[in-house]
Write a protein that binds this ligand. Structure first.
Ligand code: NAP
Length: 481
């Protein structure tokens, strides 16, 4: 029997979608279409353009293994430079990306998938791969009076180029990685900046503005072997981080002490320091890195407000102590509705099962990628996908190679549909729950890692385990028809 070419739809043209499309292409699959809801590729790097946007993962690691870029301008690249890189990869591999094509529905037909976009486009596919990410639905807090504010309000993930910040009175809400970056960037030119901090974060000092020496880039470009060796060394090195966050040890304590030292050394004033000191362990929330935040917040034109916000008024913000501060611009660095993954899409699997029903108790998948009830459907950087300890690109490429193994079997007529069993999924999730116990994320803080049900939606194992679990499909964990 001749081989058949699977028709594949990938949802999302961010890091995960691009990694998947190139991996499939390299494995010889040609009928691959990426549907992207945005007006450009890049995912978070397209949507996030706020001042100060920098990636706090070293650039030499924040890249695909199949598209090395030795010549980053900085050790920690800016959002704009990463976006140019992603563009370059999409162009180089001539990926078939349809922009402004938001998938509103994907329904399993019994043998494949019928996909519908917001603009009314319809596609039939043998496989659907959701590479939709976690951090893409901005979270707008429900603060009384927000709609009555007469100045400007912007969420950091929807920054507009026409927003003026210099000389204005700015309020920033939120103290995660985004809030810290945007405060550092806006404080200098603002007339006044107020940082509303509901929960202080540990902010580790790091040289975020450090340029990468041009000579180093030139050498790495001329000697690809050296470049590869550096990438491998960084991957190995990041294993230390996985060890630190997943198991209590002296190494964890050293890193946590460094976080405390970062605060002590940069904020000598005891009163200010107390207000900036979190009441939970460093590393429990997604760790924030900055070389400039503490300087910015201690500047004369800046103020840290820890009082609860009671009301947004037409002219400013009133806190629980009754004080109202007038502002011109409110910047919401309030994060995302995480754990939505592909929702609110109308995703329906076998027998009409909706993803909302399948995930009524929170998002869950087998080894980050397969969901019971959803045949011929995979996620890349799906539930339990690692954040903060293992390279996203590594995980996405690894998962994509795992999916390739299934596509090859489909091409060879070994099955028409493949669906993970409930048993295998439950076993995997039990292992995850047990392994999450000693992680630092489970030491008593509230973070976006937690689902509504209180589960930690992260990868609690090391990279070697991930590589092993996704090395090849275990046929007994699946129904093949
Ligand atoms: P985040 O970490 O979820 O932080 C949201 C912030 O908003 C928190 O400080 C939260 O306070 C605050 N907040 C939420 N609702 C509020 C309310 N009603 N009133 C007052 N404050 C409120 O979001 P993020 O900073 O955008 O970061 C999300 C993730 O994006 C990061 O953890 C990271 O993974 C990624 N990121 C990465 C980089 C990078 O450099 N690689 C840069 C930016 C973002 P509570 O803590 O009290 O909930």
């Amino acid at each position: 029997m001749s081989k058949r070419e699977p028709r594949v739809v990938i949802i999302g043209a961010g890091v995960a979608g691009i990694a998947t499309a190139v991996t499939l292409q390299k494995a010889g699959f040609s009928d691959v279409t990426i549907l992207e809801k945005g007006s450009d590729v890049g995912g978070v790097w397209h949507w996030n353009r706020y001042p100060g946007l920098t990636c706090d993962v070293p650039s030499q690691l924040y890249q695909f293994s199949f598209a090395p870029k030795p010549d980053w301008s900085h050790v920690f690249a800016s959002g704009a430079e990463i976006q140019r890189y992603l563009h370059g990869v999409v162009d180089k591999f001539r990926l078939d990306v349809r922009l402004n094509a938001e998938v509103t529905a994907a329904e399993f037909t019994g043998s494949g998938w019928h996909v519908t976009t917001a603009a009314g486009g319809e596609l039939d596919a043998d496989f659907v791969i959701a590479a939709t990410g976690v951090l893409h639905h901005p979270f707008i807090p429900d603060i009384p009076g927000l709609d009555t504010f007469e100045g400007e309000v912007v969420h950091t993930a929807r920054w507009r180029d026409d927003i003026t910040t210099a000389g204005r009175r700015i309020a920033v809400l939120g103290s995660g990685s985004t809030g810290v970056q945007v405060v550092s960037a806006l404080q200098r030119d603002a007339a006044h900046l107020t940082h509303y901090v509901r929960t202080p974060q540990w902010v580790m000092w790091a040289p975020m503005g450090l340029p990468q020496p041009a000579l180093a880039g030139a050498i790495l470009k001329r000697v690809p072997l050296a470049n590869r060796a550096l990438y491998e060394a960084l991957l190995q090195g990041s294993g230390i981080l996985a060890d630190i966050v997943t198991r209590p040890s002296w190494r964890r304590r050293v890193v946590q002490e460094y976080a405390r030292l970062s605060l002590r050394a940069q904020v000598p004033d005891g009163v200010a320091r107390r207000r900036l000191t979190p009441d939970y362990q460093p590393l429990c929330k997604r760790q924030v890195l900055s070389g400039s935040y503490y300087r910015a917040i201690r500047a004369r034109n800046a103020e840290l407000v820890g009082e609860r916000i009671e009301q947004i008024t037409p002219r400013g913000i009133r806190t629980a102590d009754g004080q109202e501060r007038e502002v011109d611009l409110i910047v919401l660095a309030t994060g995302f509705q995480t754990h939505n993954y592909m929702r609110p899409m109308n995703l329906r699997g076998r027998d009409g099962l909706s993803i909302d029903d399948a995930w009524a108790k929170g998002p869950r998948a087998y080894r980050m990628t397969a969901i019971p009830g959803f045949p011929n459907f995979f996620t890349v950087l799906g539930p339990n996908s690692p954040t903060g300890s293992i390279s996203l690109q590594y995980s996405a490429e690894l998962t994509a190679r795992y999916i390739v193994a299934w596509l090859k079997r489909f091409r060879d007529h070994e099955f028409d549909t493949v669906e993970v069993t409930e048993d295998a999924t439950a076993r995997f999730n039990d292992d995850v729950a047990a392994a999450l116990g000693p992680t630092v994320w489970n030491t008593g803080c509230n973070s976006w890692y937690l689902t509504d049900e209180g589960n930690i939606d992260l990868w609690p194992f090391d990279r070697r385990t991930m590589t092993k679990l996704l090395a090849k499909p275990e046929l007994t964990d699946f129904y093949l028809k």
